[in-house]
Design a binder for this molecule. Structure first.
Ligand code: XMP
Length: 529
């Protein structure tokens, strides 16, 4: 989990989220931000009286976590949190920590509750401000995921809600305005959980909702200026994706021409991609831009390589080399900008500090800053994709750019299983273009997180006109997702699929068969490699 940046003074009413290592802690912040509440996440062991004094939170949320409060040495909340005089909400592990620290009891050994459950409010608390707009038909669906549970309430606490498996599903101390919930209101599986969190912030802790993307933008600009200083120069790698585009425009607003962008054309871009990106940045924004056509280098190095990780590593290594070369030419930048987002951070870093399994080596310019003696500027590090889009709108980026589907750094190489050749890339580009055109024509582009074609390394027999064909098969992939971490395949109609297959086989020489990938993530990943 990342530490939130620590500006000198908090310009907004602040919710402190104490992180006990849950995989979904960031979602608490995200739900609160949707309600225009500014939230900062700090790991439990860094929450000291000095930090509390610095932040002066208007409310505190204790996150879930993987530990058991019954284990020796398991994490605890800083006791000063409970004497600040501000409302506290404990979620799952946070509820249990609060319970044991304030004099109640938690037991293990019960059959845990995992998954969907229904919570109902207890009669006398049904009209509590925490429940505003909730429980309209008597109960709410929630997501439970716990082994231990509260068995005795601390002094001052009452039961506010129950579920069949959790008699203390919601507890509260009305005098101190402390609440605890056994379930996870922050996840999508608790459909109305966001409302509960918003109620806690607005109705219980009295937040006015003063945090907006406009405010974030202004603060991020101020922060970049402070970080980079009055003379500092920044280099930013543009990929054509929303993240690096938004980062570049934001930094440009902050420091103007002291930003230089480098667009490395790997030869693995989609049809028309390079022209579009370069055009937008040069023409629309007048941002100094180096367009490095390095396709020969990349495609040459990929010759003979068919292992996905080897492809990724080759591209990553070359990208760093090429980027470094052009950045040096741009002259004297001390800072490197990256459009790193929160999902990039959690998928590759283990919150417990232990080793996590590498599913795919993500391509980025990691390692470069130390090597080049550069400092990093990562203005989007705490944001989720949809927030980056909101920020892009705030910055006035054209909608066509903001709404773009994500495109991976290694590009079409990972959509071309087996060896990558120019011939295959050309076929893939054409099929992909038809697929995207179909999606746009049917008005589906914005409903889909990502859609693309994959050129399969198999040839199949077909018949066209009177002749036999022996050409490549292509797979189409389209998914819906909130953040790319999980995904469902998009349920196109049969008509759509049929029409698209007909168009691809008819319009793209080299392809005679089309399949549709209906695997979700997990167990599949979004990209094929
Ligand atoms: P997977 O395939 O891991 O993809 O389910 C999740 C999201 O990440 C994108 N992706 C990448 N993005 N560099 C990137 O910048 C990469 O190396 C990379 N690999 C996958 C993928 O397109 C999807 O949006």
């Amino acid at each position: 989990m990342t530490d939130a940046p620590a500006p000198a003074a908090r310009p907004h009413e602040t919710m402190l989220i104490v992180d006990f290592g849950s995989q979904v802690t960031q979602l608490i912040a995200r739900r609160l931000r949707e309600a225009h509440v500014y939230a900062e996440i700090h790991p439990f062991h860094r929450v000291t009286p000095a930090l509390l004094e610095e932040i002066r939170p208007k409310g505190v949320i204790l996150s879930g976590g993987p530990a058991s409060v019954l284990e020796e040495g398991s994490p605890r909340a800083a006791p000063e949190i409970f004497t600040l005089g501000v409302p506290v909400l404990g979620i799952c592990y946070g509820q249990q920590v609060m319970t044991v620290q304030l004099g109640g009891a938690v037991e293990g050994g019960h059959a845990g509750e995992f998954g969907r459950a229904f919570v109902s409010p207890t009669g006398e608390h049904a009209n509590d401000p925490l429940f505003e707009g909730l429980f309209e038909d008597g109960r709410e669906e929630v997501w439970m995921s716990h082994g231990d549970r509260v068995t005795a309430l601390p002094p001052g606490f009452e039961v506010y809600g129950t579920s069949p498996g959790a008699p203390f599903a919601i507890i509260g101390d009305p005098a101190r305005r402390f609440y605890g919930v056994q379930f996870h209101p922050e996840v999508h599986h608790t459909p109305r959980g966001a409302r509960l969190l918003a109620n806690f912030a607005r109705n219980i802790a009295g937040f006015s909702g003063d945090w907006t993307m406009k405010a974030y933008k202004d603060e991020a600009i101020a922060r970049i200026r402070a970080e980079v200083g009055p003379e500092g120069r920044v280099i930013c790698g543009l990929s054509g994706g929303v993240d690096s585009s938004v980062a570049a425009v934001l930094i440009h607003e902050a420091i103007g021409d002291r930003l230089t962008c480098v667009f490395v054309d790997t030869g693995l871009m989609r049809a028309g991609e390079a022209e579009e990106v370069v055009g937008m940045f040069r023409d629309h924004y007048n941002i100094p831009l180096i367009h490095a056509d390095e396709s020969d280098l990349f495609l040459g190095a990929l010759e003979g390589i068919s292992d996905p990780e080897e492809k990724r590593k080759t591209i990553g290594r070359l990208f760093v080399e090429v980027f470094e070369k052009h950045a040096k030419e741009a002259g004297g930048a001390e800072f490197l900008a990256q459009g790193t987002l929160y999902p990039d951070v959690i998928e590759s870093v283990s919150v417990t500090g232990g080793p996590s399994v590498t599913i795919k080596s993500h391509h980025n310019v990691g390692g470069l800053p130390e090597k080049m003696g550069m400092k990093l500027v990562e203005p989007l590090r705490e944001l989720f994709k949809d927030e980056v889009r909101a920020l892009g709108r705030e910055l006035g980026l054209p909608e066509r750019f903001i709404g773009r589907h994500p495109f991976p750094g290694p590009g079409l190489a990972i959509r071309c299983p087996g060896e990558v050749t120019r011939e295959k890339l050309e076929i893939l580009r054409r099929a992909d273009a038809v697929f995207i055109d179909q999606i746009r024509r049917h008005g589906l582009y914005d409903e889909i997180w990502q859609a693309f074609a994959v050129l399969l390394p198999v040839r199949t027999v077909g018949v066209m006109g009177d002749g036999r064909t022996y050409d490549y098969a292509c797979a189409l992939r389209a998914v819906t997702s909130v953040d790319g971490m999980t995904a469902d395949y998009y349920p196109f109609s049969h008509e759509f699929l049929g029409e698209t297959a007909t168009r691809i086989v008819g319009e793209v020489p080299g392809i005679n068969r089309v399949t549709y990938d209906i695997t979700s993530k997990p167990p599949g990943t979004i990209e094929w490699e």
